[in-house]
Write a protein that binds this ligand. Structure first.
Ligand SMILES: [Zn+2]
Length: 89
């Protein structure tokens, strides 16, 4: 594919093909041009760089779950606070 895979501090980018929805990760220098062509065999679709750096930053609702658990623990803490302040009265 002509892609350079180098260990170390190369930034990696996630791309997704608009045609076949193939998602892949590429290590590129900041100065490298963005990829535009899908590397999948037999596909001549256009790829778009996904927002967010690093692997696994593909939005499938995970963020919502994280927000839910965070707000739940916050609610629990708030309940404890109000319960303990009530006990003092
Ligand atoms: Zn494709």
């Amino acid at each position: 594919m002509g892609l350079e895979v180098v260990g170390g501090c190369m930034p990696n980018y996630d791309y997704r093909c608009e045609s076949c929805e193939h998602v892949f990760e590429v290590f590129q220098k900041m100065s490298d041009d963005k990829l535009t062509d899908c590397p999948a065999e037999g596909c001549d679709g256009t790829v778009k760089r996904l927002l967010g750096a690093g692997a696994g930053v593909i939005f499938k609702g995970t963020g919502f779950y994280e927000t839910d658990s965070r707000s739940k623990s916050y609610t629990d803490a708030a309940k404890k606070d109000s319960a303990s302040s009530k006990a003092k009265e």
